[in-house]
Design a protein. Sequence first.
Length: 288
Amino acid sequence: GSHDSFSFYIDEASPVGPEQPETVQNFVSVFGTVAKKLMRKWLATQTMNFTSQLGAGIRYFDLRISTKPRDPDNELYFAHGLFSAKVKEGLEEINAFLTEHPKEVVFLDFNHFYGMQKYHHEKLVQMLKDTYGNKMCPAIFAHEVTLQYLWEKEHQVLVFYHSPVAVEVAFLWPGQMMPAPWANTTDPEKLIQFLQASITERRKKGSFFISQVVLTPKASTVVKGVASGLRETITERALPAMMEWVRTQKAGESGVNIITADFVELGDFISTVIKLNYALDGGEDDTT
């Protein structure tokens, strides 16, 4: 999986997202375009677009949705500090891949909503219906979701929706079915301790589970590396330790389930995660 999957296209010309603190809003109002260029270096956690990510092997997408202030069209955008592409365009890009590859399955995890009213959620639900239709798998018990089941039903999309709206729509899986504990640290050692502890506690039976191999910069980190950005300052330096942890994991009921990272093309992240599947005991009926 990819963390902030849509952030390859963060628009420096866009306004600052409504979830940003007043300090950031003030920073941008004073320094304008320069501030946004610097912000982009820290907010863009991916460089590949959806099609490239899919082609490389990514199957889980971390999606955060926002309205734009004073937008007469009430359009929905992906957002992470600044606005990214229109949601409709991103969903259609993913659908084009699925239509070409009818046995592939993706997880779309809508886990943050900013500035959204009830009618915005209704608009997004309708957008999902129009784009994916019967490709979406209705919410059932996680352990029932085998590839064989999905192929037989011709389902290719599982949509997780972290909002009470999910209860009202058959094809929306409740957010609690996709827990993603967050370490919130810049220290690779603390991150690995956190990941290991969360694996030990393990997911509740009947849900999916995300291990976020992601370091989060503090304000002081950003100030020190303001011109270089997230990738150079944090992700690349920590990559060897994080990849060593991934390589030693086991997939399955008591191990990892979905692993997400920033800049998924770095190192051998994708191929290493895929290889974990081949180590599963062939006799073990582990479906999630």
